[in-house]
Design a protein around this ligand. Structure first.
Ligand code: MOS
Length: 769
């Protein structure tokens, strides 16, 4: 889909011509200094201690400068990791204990990458075995399950009415267990950091990250830099819109995907520690395999989902019990309960989370955290209910439609889900679809499935500084990160519209903590959070520009009323056809520049209304009766996400999420060796993701919506919602095609081979079975 005013992305040319610099590409000429290269050495055990580490063979390699281990590494101070990173509770190389397989145990620094790699291979490690109980999956961690007060951004328990009683009394009951395997982000960029200490005792770090100021905070804390580099200083400055003035400078180059993992990365600390020792800039590039244990991932989850309903299909109660894995370190817990109580009209609700700490590295944010997992269970259960009652799955959703957020009985700022259902159903031909299980022209069983899609909306604090200059161009300055989602282009467009300038007149300056603190790129919130600050600052600039024009005797707008003047496409227009150009007015402006700064989102988007984006996903699959291979033949997603800033970029994000959803349904799983705790398919050959050959036509439909009750831009979030719904829609389509109900992701051919594909809920689920 192309925007009517399609323009290539602002960074597009640099990416397709190869001039864009990812951190790993930065060489001495760009950095302005030479640097050493470091390679991380990781543990090949998940427990015990490093009892001895001998660097002598590594140090004998020509070019190797030193080997950093727990014995000689700089001591670090405790950090509060805003993004729930593992480094909030486990700092690298501070002791000899081994927490998990693939943990950093040494860093080899050399003049060249080749020497560092050779040295890393030669570091001799002696492990001390310690008999410690180890668990790497929920199946072996029953005794570790504990109810939690909070699961990340949601309460650990959400209760409305007496859901267990209502379930017992319900004439129709659905009670199923759903499993979702752990999976990694597999961003194409393996992630790199360059760190350099400045002569004044500050540090400059180049890293592919999602939120500059959050990472600056971590560095400031662990190295004990100064008061403003710690949490109160940082938050005070961000909320107050004050300029950052810490000793940490975070700069990032363009990043090659992220999806949640480039937050509080441990190798950022390793590069800074090594740079401190060698007193030179140090670059660390992780290997693909290391990204599995040194960066985060989506944790394994298991849910028991119960629906109580009347015989007409009215769902009266939802009970969701989620068991969530987490690493022993890091505070991140997958917020599975986010959303299951928000889309339908049930009168009672119970959501509970239990968490088991596994002896793995810390789990973390991964695109559509919580909801993508939760909706697999909810939307599969709705499909089971529909089939049990002989109601069309879409009609069942319509029967349970609610205008309110039933979790708290609040109204939505906007909810156009009904239109999503209609548009999606029309696009796939839902009402005229063939009956499931019939053979197509290739002799494969055909099936159709659908699911509701939802993602919560949030707004975070952001500051932007805009300067309109003598030549009529405007600089828009704020620290934000583009992981490939297109936010630089979206914000350029927002600034151009708000200032009334052509897009070419906008110069976006970003990716640097020396600039005002923008909101991070996460939570489907970055465009609207940062856009809000830009729009507010732009309004102030436009007001002062117009005031300047009407006071300017050389302008044909001189003496006109401010209220009658509009600015668009670089032109001011008043009454009676009077016109002047922004560049001409600015050319005669006394100081030649108008600057305004705005901070928005201080209330974190709090309001008495609920805020969310909605959608509907429809899937058509075919299943080969002999090989049982599943192919997704068509995927349709209709989404209502408020006003769309740029249709090309929006559709691209949504289609990307849907394709990921296809991968979540059929492929994505990082397998852990049950004996050692090692991620075994830690490479792009064996960690399966959807490739072009797997992806059918993907139809994205954008429903017209303008949600000014949520936000002055009228926009809602759309970065993640595409991944919510495809997995259950595909699983439901597989049921339609084969009669097999599959409740574990990813769905594999061997699961389709079983006689009885449904997993019964173990009797002891609530006791931790
Ligand atoms: Mo993303 S999982 O919102 O960083």
């Amino acid at each position: 889909m192309r925007d009517e005013n399609f323009r290539p992305r602002v960074e597009g040319r640099s990416k397709v011509t190869g001039t864009a610099r990812f951190v790993g590409d930065i060489r001495a000429d760009v950095l302005g200094s030479s640097f050493d290269t470091a390679v991380v050495v990781t543990s090949t055990r998940s427990s015990g201690v490093v009892s001895h580490i001998d660097p002598s063979a590594a140090l004998a390699v020509p070019g190797v400068k030193f080997v950093m281990t727990h014995e000689n590494a700089p001591r670090l101070k405790k950090a509060f990791a805003l993004a729930n990173g593992e480094i909030g509770s486990f700092l690298p190389l501070q002791d000899n204990r081994i927490r998990y397989y693939g943990q950093c145990i040494a860093v080899v620094v050399a003049e060249s990458l080749e020497a560092a790699q050779e040295g890393a291979r030669l570091v001799a490690v002696t492990y001390g075995e310690v008999a410690e109980p180890r668990a790497y999956s929920l199946g072996t961690a029953a005794s570790r399950l504990k109810f939690v007060k909070r699961a990340g951004i949601v309460p650990g328990k959400i209760a409305v009415g007496d859901a267990l009683k209502d379930f017992d009394a319900a004439p129709v009951k659905i009670d199923l267990q759903f499993d979702v395997a752990p999976a990694h982000h597999n961003a194409i960029e393996p992630s790199a950091v360059i760190a350099r200490w400045d002569p004044d005792g500050g540090i400059t770090v180049h890293a592919a990250i999602q939120w500059h100021h959050s990472e600056a905070l971590v560095l400031g804390q662990v190295f004990g830099l100064s008061a403003v580099d710690r949490l109160p200083g940082l938050l005070g400055r961000m909320m107050g819109g004050a300029q950052w003035s810490g000793k940490v400078r975070l700069v990032n180059a363009i990043s090659g995907g992220s999806f949640g993992r480039n937050q509080n990365p441990v190798h950022m600390l390793l590069a800074a520690m090594a740079a401190k020792i060698c007193d030179r800039a140090v670059k660390v590039v992780l290997s693909r395999e290391q990204t599995y244990s040194l960066l985060s991932y989506r944790a394994q989850t298991r849910q028991r989902l119960r629906l109580g309903a009347r015989v007409d299909g009215t769902v009266t109660t939802i009970v969701q019990d989620a068991d969530v894995a987490k690493g022993t370190h890091g505070s991140f817990i997958e917020p599975v309960g986010e959303g299951a109580g928000k889309v339908y009209g049930q009168s009672s609700l119970l959501i509970r989370h239990r968490v088991a700490e596994l002896d793995l590295n810390g789990a973390g944010w991964m695109r559509a955290p919580g909801v993508s997992v939760s909706f697999f269970a909810l939307e599969s259960s709705m499909d089971v209910l529909a089939h049990q009652l002989g109601v069309d799955p879409l009609d069942l959703r319509l029967r349970n439609y609610s205008e309110l957020d039933q979790e708290n009985k609040r109204a939505w700022t906007s909810k156009s889900l009904r239109r999503c259902y209609e548009a999606g159903a029309a696009a796939i031909g839902w009402r005229t679809r063939s009956k499931g299980g019939q053979l197509d022209e290739n002799g494969r069983w055909v099936g159709f499935g659908m699911a509701t899609s939802f993602h919560p909306n949030r707004q975070f604090p952001a500051t932007a500084r805009l300067s309109l200059r003598r030549d009529g161009t405007a600089e828009v300055a704020l620290a934000i990160a583009d992981m490939g989602q297109g936010i630089f282009t979206a914000l350029t467009k927002i600034a151009a519209e708000a200032l009334g300038l052509p897009r070419d007149s906008i110069i976006l300056r970003t990716q640097d903590t020396d600039l005002p603190a923008g909101a991070g790129s996460f939570g489907s919130s970055a465009t609207l959070s940062n856009g809000a600050a830009i729009v507010e600052a732009a309004a102030e600039i436009q007001k002062r520009l117009i005031e300047s024009a009407v006071r300017d005797k050389a302008s044909s707008l001189f003496g006109q009323s401010v209220a009658n003047i509009t600015v668009s496409d670089g032109q001011l227009a008043g009454v009676g056809g009077a016109k002047d150009s922004v560049a001409a007015v600015m050319g005669r402006h006394a100081s030649g520049v108008i600057t305004a700064k705005a901070t928005t989102g201080r209330t974190l988007g709090y309001s008495k209304l609920s805020k969310g984006s909605f959608g509907a996903i429809f899937a058509q699959v075919s299943v080969d009766p002999i090989t049982l291979r599943v192919r997704v033949e068509k995927l349709v997603g209709a989404f209502a996400c408020g006003r769309i800033i740029d249709k090309t970029i929006a559709a691209n994000q949504l289609a990307g999420g849907m394709i990921w959803g296809l991968g979540q349904a059929l492929m994505e799983e990082t397998q852990v060796d049950p004996r050692t705790g090692q991620w075994v398919n830690a490479n792009l050959a064996e960690a399966l993701i959807a490739t072009n050959a797997d992806v059918p036509p993907v139809d994205v439909i954008l429903i017209d919506e303008d949600d000014t009750r949520f936000h002055s831009l009228g926009s809602k979030g759309l970065g993640e919602i595409g991944l919510v719904g495809p997995a259950p829609a595909i699983a439901n389509a597989i049921f339609d095609a084969t009669g097999k109900r599959l409740l574990s992701l990813p769905i594999r051919i061997e699961h389709l081979m079983g006689e009885k594909a449904v997993h019964p809920v173990p009797a002891d689920f609530d006791k931790g079975g």
